[in-house]
Design a binder for this molecule. Structure first.
Ligand SMILES: [Zn+2]
Length: 311
C-alpha cells in the first residue's frame, strides 16, 4: 500500500509538479527603456523667479576686469591659517582696524577660529536701498548690514569669540577687493572664516519700485567647491530660518559669476542674504528692532555652534 501511494505520488508529481518545482516563469516582455524622470515638482516655498542673485551684486561682479578663470579659484588655506601675504603689503594683526579684545572673555572659551565679519557695501554704493516707506524713509542696505554686525559683535565680545571687522569705515563703495584683501592679509594663528552680511533685492523695474510680493525670504551663499563653506552656510541658514521664521530660500551657489568675496577669499567664506529690502512687506520686518536682533542672534548661534563643534 505504501509503495502504491509513493508511486501514485510520483505519478501525480510528474503530471502536476510536486510543489517544489517552480512553474516556468512566463517570459517577461523585453525591458523597456527606463521611464524619464518625472518633471520636477515646484517647491511651493521656492519662488519661481530669477531673484536668486542680488542684481546689483551681480552687476558688480560682471563688470570686474579680472580674467574669467578666477571663477575657479578656491584658495582655502585651511591647514595653513596664516599664509604669508603674496604681495608687498604687510600682514594685518588682529587688533588693527577693528579686531576684538574680548571684554570680559568667557572663562571656558578657547577660540577655534577668527571670524572675518564683512558688512557688505558702504554709503557710496549705488542703489542698495529700498523704495520709500510710508514714513518717507528708506532702508539703506549698508546701514542695515552694519546694524546687524554691531549686534553680532556686542555678543561676540561677551562670549570671548575672536573676530575681525573687514570694513569698519562706512564711507566706501562696494570696496570688494579691499575687504577681501584685508581678510586675506589678517595674520592669526588659528583658521579664519569669512562671513559677509547682506540683505537682498529682487527684480524690480527701478530702484523706486517694489519687487514681486512673492520674492522674499533668506538664503545663504557659499563657494561651489568648498565643502567647509557649504557646511558653514547650512548652519547659518538653519539658525536664520529658526530665529526669524522667514521663508527658507535655502543654500545658493553657482559655478561662474560667483560673488567676489566668496571666490577671492583664502578661507571658507559665506554670504548671508537676510530678507528682501525691496519686498514691500518684508522691509517692514527688516526695519524692526526685534527682527534685526533675531537675525543677529542667528548669526551668533551659528558662530557658537561652529566654535563648539568645529567643522
Ligand atoms: Zn548686498
Amino acid at each position: 500500500m505504501k509503495e502504491f501511494l509513493e508511486k501514485l505520488t510520483d505519478l501525480l508529481a510528474s503530471i502536476f509538479g510536486d510543489g517544489r518545482r517552480r512553474r516556468p516563469i512566463p517570459q517577461r516582455p523585453p525591458e523597456l527603456p527606463p521611464a524619464p524622470p518625472p518633471p520636477p515638482i515646484a517647491d511651493p516655498d521656492e519662488p519661481q523667479d530669477s531673484s536668486d542673485v542680488d542684481p546689483d551684486d551681480g552687476v558688480v561682479i560682471s563688470h570686474e576686469s579680472e580674467p574669467t578663470d578666477t571663477d575657479e579659484e578656491n584658495p582655502e588655506f585651511e591647514d595653513n591659517p596664516a599664509p604669508p601675504p603674496t604681495d608687498d603689503e604687510p600682514p594685518i594683526e588682529l587688533d588693527d582696524n577693528g579686531g576684538s579684545v574680548p571684554t570680559p572673555p568667557h572663562p571656558e572659551h578657547i577660540a577655534r577660529y577668527v571670524w572675518c565679519l564683512d558688512p557688505g557695501h558702504g554709503s557710496k554704493t549705488a542703489g542698495k536701498r529700498s523704495p520709500k516707506l510710508a514714513d518717507g524713509e528708506r532702508l539703506m542696505e549698508y546701514k542695515f548690514n552694519r546694524d546687524i554686525l554691531g549686534r553680532i559683535t556686542n555678543q561676540l565680545d561677551l562670549l570671548g569669540i575672536r573676530y575681525y571687522v573687514t570694513v569698519p569705515e562706512t564711507d566706501v563703495g562696494n570696496f570688494l577687493q579691499e575687504r577681501v584683501n584685508r581678510a586675506n592679509r589678517l595674520s592669526v594663528n588659528i583658521p579664519k572664516i569669512f562671513v559677509s552680511i547682506h540683505c537682498n533685492a529682487g527684480p524690480a523695474r527701478s530702484i523706486n519700485d517694489w519687487t514681486d510680493d512673492n520674492v522674499r525670504g533668506i538664503e545663504t551663499w557659499h563657494f561651489h567647491r568648498s565643502t567647509k563653506g557649504k557646511k558653514i552656510a547650512g548652519i547659518f541658514q538653519r539658525h536664520l530660518i529658526e530665529q526669524t521664521g522667514f521663508r527658507n530660500r535655502h543654500l545658493r551657489s553657482k559655478v561662474t559669476g560667483q560673488f567676489y568675496v566668496l571666490r577671492a577669499t583664502r578661507m571658507p567664506a559665506i554670504l548671508t542674504e537676510s530678507g528682501f529690502f525691496n519686498n514691500r512687506f518684508e522691509v517692514i520686518e527688516l526695519m524692526k528692532d526685534s527682527v534685526r536682533q533675531k537675525i543677529a542672534d542667528a548669526h551668533v548661534l551659528a558662530i557658537q555652534e561652529i566654535e563648539r563643534n568645529g567643522l
